[in-house]
Design a protein. Structure first.
Length: 445
């Protein structure tokens, strides 16, 4: 049989296509490892040429005082302080899907902290995600949000951190798995997900500036891709917190956490409970955010954030989700008995709640927190208890005891299914397997 052979022109075409492909691949590598960062650095240099303070700028003491406020509302101390450790000395483990990483020492200690840093070095870390020595920082430090912080506020933060007590605590090595702990991997990640913000671009709206910058709200409330980067069009769509089973609900969807009103959002940020609707309270990671950060917001700043969150959702996003088929409440007498025994005394026989004080025992009928498509938070609250933060405006919050050792996985699933399908509630059933998986995930942390 006669065999066909490739003609010389065809071979040349294939070789040319291969060489073009190789060239494009090399160009892409150069962009990832040099081009993107070079452009970022030039943008930084242009900004550094601008004065960092205007005529009549505050003196050092005023700048440090403003920095203390910014550090509080940005929750810097929460992440950069290990349990029982010196403030801002680092060492707190931050869970990620690729391993844990310990926060760093940002006290003015010269050996282990930022005592040898300049204001420019600090700005570079916040705005560009690079350390003083030029190393790319892990996005566990949310520079993807802090890039929105203005140079003036960066300088204020730095001035404040120079006043905290120095702590000679060495930084722990990264616990990220290979290759995520390497500089080339971080270069690829940055090329995919990061671009520094123009200084002051988000400041036109104070609420947007605080929520997207120091507040770094989208780091929890945004949906992420397989490499952990935020999906640009779903930055407020909700998502499971990296390395944890907790779910940060969407701030766009009416059936999750889209603000009911500005007053409702202000109350939640400042007190940890919604004194307006009587349904919402901050639990889990959000309770820490309120306890260490948002309760200290100035009234005008809390109002600005609430207004921004109110404006985020478009009318199409605010329509309720379609009702889902669920078992009827009366179909499982065992679940009804469990609710009567463990829940009704506080939450009411009809899920109406008992407002001994505003939102002391929130209603479960129509409560979005227990009706979300993902039951993660409801399951975790039953297992580990629900505790709102003790804030200045609500110093003695009511809490819910944990049932981790009291109820089996099957019983937790049954009672939550009862709650999610009673008193007009329409949400999907919770399975024993879901409870089991969440229990194991939380215990493994």
């Amino acid at each position: 049989m006669r065999q066909r052979t490739m003609s010389a022109p065809s071979k040349r075409s294939v070789r040319s296509a291969l060489w073009v492909g190789v060239a494009l691949f090399l160009v892409a590598l150069l962009w990832v490892f040099w081009g993107a960062d070079a452009l970022h650095e030039r943008a930084d240099a242009a900004i550094h040429t601008a004065p960092t303070s205007a005529t009549g700028a505050p003196d050092a003491a005023q700048r440090a005082a403003e920095g203390e406020y910014l550090a509080r509302i940005g929750n810097c101390g929460l992440c950069h302080t290990a349990p029982g450790g010196p403030p801002f000395a680092g060492g707190r483990a931050i869970a990620t899907p690729f391993g844990s990483i310990a926060s760093t020492n940002i006290t003015p200690d010269r050996a282990h902290g930022i005592g040898q840093w300049t204001a420019d070095d600090f700005w570079r870390a916040l705005h560009h995600g690079k350390s003083r020595d030029g190393r790319r920082l892990s996005p566990a430090f949310p520079y993807t949000s802090y890039t929105h912080v203005s140079r003036a506020d960066s300088d204020a933060l730095f001035a404040y951190l120079q006043t905290v007590p120095a702590a000679a605590r060495a930084n722990a090595p990264s616990g990220l798995t290979w290759p995520f702990n390497t500089q080339p991997a971080l270069a690829v990640w940055r090329a995919l997900y990061f671009w520094p913000e123009n200084d002051g671009a988000t400041q036109a709206h104070r609420g947007a500036y605080l929520a997207e910058g120091l507040g770094h709200c989208t780091e929890c409330h945004g949906e992420r891709g397989p490499l952990g980067g935020l999906k640009s069009r779903k930055t407020w769509a909700g998502g499971v917190l990296p390395g944890t089973p907790w779910y940060a609900p969407s701030l766009l969807r009416a059936d999750e956490a889209a603000p009911r009103s500005v007053a409702d959002s202000v109350a939640l940020l400042k007190t940890g409970i919604s004194t307006v609707s009587g349904h919402a309270s901050a639990n889990g990671p959000m309770a820490e955010v309120v306890l260490h950060g948002t309760q200290f917001l100035r009234d005008a700043d809390a109002q600005a954030i609430a207004l921004y969150l109110q404006d985020l959702a478009q009318p199409a996003d605010l329509r309720p989700a379609p009702a889902r088929a669920t078992p009827r409440a009366g179909d499982d007498p065992r679940a009804a008995r469990l609710y009567e025994e463990h829940c009704a005394q506080c939450h009411g026989k009809e899920g109406e709640g008992q407002p001994v004080q505003p939102a002391a025992y929130p209603a479960l009928a129509g409560n979005r927190a227990v009706l979300m498509e993902r039951p993660n938070n409801a399951v975790l609250n039953v297992l580990h208890g629900g505790f709102s933060p003790a804030t200045a405006a609500n110093p003695r919050p009511f809490g819910m005891p944990p049932y981790l050792l009291t109820l089996t996985d099957a019983e937790v699933a049954a009672v939550l299914t009862h709650v999610r399908s009673s008193w007009g509630n329409h949400a999907s059933a919770v399975s024993e397997l879901q409870v089991q998986q969440l229990r194991r995930t939380q215990t493994a942390r």
